[in-house]
Design a protein around this ligand. Structure first.
Ligand SMILES: Nc1ncnc2c1ncn2[C@@H]1O[C@H](COP(=O)(O)OP(=O)(O)OP(=O)(O)O)[C@@H](O)[C@H]1O
Length: 249
């Protein structure tokens, strides 16, 4: 990866607001109604505020920050499942990964049908899915459960299958949100090796994780978010060190 590598993710001035849900009394709601519904009963807050950054092909990037700082929200904007209130997000090539484990899975369908469904959603053709099907199942180590409805899967089994489908879709940009929280140790190791392989092959990787040792091992760049803003962006070891120093305060 170099300064000359093409930009795969271009984020320009994005902001995202969510509604803070307060419980209002009936009296408050009535007054608001009688006053002609002026103003907003629900307060809003910024989950992301004027975030701008570029990610180049082959970069391995970790989104860091304390709980609620906006990491997952930013990842969802990159994946396209969320759109910003302001600003733009542009991605180049296929974007895939694990945002919410098994989010794209249909509980009443078997593992097999879900592989076909998910892979198609990720842009694989029927021929590609057929060619890669055995490899997907083998990597996931789902074995004979492949024809079981996925609602009977454990969260780890969901993760394995979802991760396996995603890596087999050859994404240009691979997004991973806390995958390692659900998988068991051997599978985590296998995922990490696969992630390393993808990154060695020049794929762009964006990871959200609280495991700072892992982040330093896997990612070369760290982006630290605080209250929805980019606080620091640089080599992962520097950003991790900075974050650790803030945790001690
Ligand atoms: N769909 C939503 N509706 C309302 N609020 C939301 C929604 N999604 C996220 N939020 C809020 O936005 C803020 C940022 O959430 P986000 O999940 O991006 O944080 P995070 O940095 O990934 O946190 P964590 O480390 O806990 O996973 C939080 O306050 C969260 O409660």
């Amino acid at each position: 990866m170099s300064e000359l590598s093409p930009i795969t993710v271009e984020i320009k001035g994005i902001s995202k607001q969510f509604v803070l849900r307060h419980t209002r009394s009936i009296k408050e709601a009535l007054i608001w109604f009688l006053k002609g519904r002026k103003g907003d009963l629900s307060a809003k807050f910024h989950a992301l505020q004027d975030v701008s950054l570029d990610i180049r092909q082959g970069e391995t990037v970790a989104l860091l920050g304390f709980n609620g700082s906006g990491k997952s929200t930013l990842l969802k904007h990159i994946s396209g499942v969320m759109t910003p209130d302001e600003g733009t997000v542009r991605t180049r090539g296929r974007v895939a990964g694990l945002i919410e484990v098994g989010a794209g899975f249909h509980p009443d369908l078997s593992g097999r049908d879900n592989v076909y469904l998910n892979a198609a959603i990720l842009g694989m053709s029927e021929t590609q899915i057929k060619e890669r099907f055995d490899s997907i199942v083998e990597f996931a180590e789902i074995g004979e459960f492949i024809d079981t409805e996925v609602r009977f899967y454990s969260s780890g089994m969901y993760l394995r299958l979802a991760f396996s489908v995603a890596v087999h879709s050859d994404p240009e940009v691979f997004l991973v949100d806390e995958i390692l929280a659900v998988g068991d140790e051997p599978f985590q190791r296998k995922c990490l090796e696969k992630i390393q392989e993808l990154s060695d092959a020049g794929q762009t990787l964006v990871v959200v994780s609280h495991d700072l040792d892992l982040v330093q091992r896997v990612c070369s760049r760290g982006i630290l978010l605080e209250h929805g803003r980019v606080l620091k962006d640089g080599p992962s070891h520097e950003v991790v060190e900075f974050l650790r120093s803030r945790s001690k305060r």
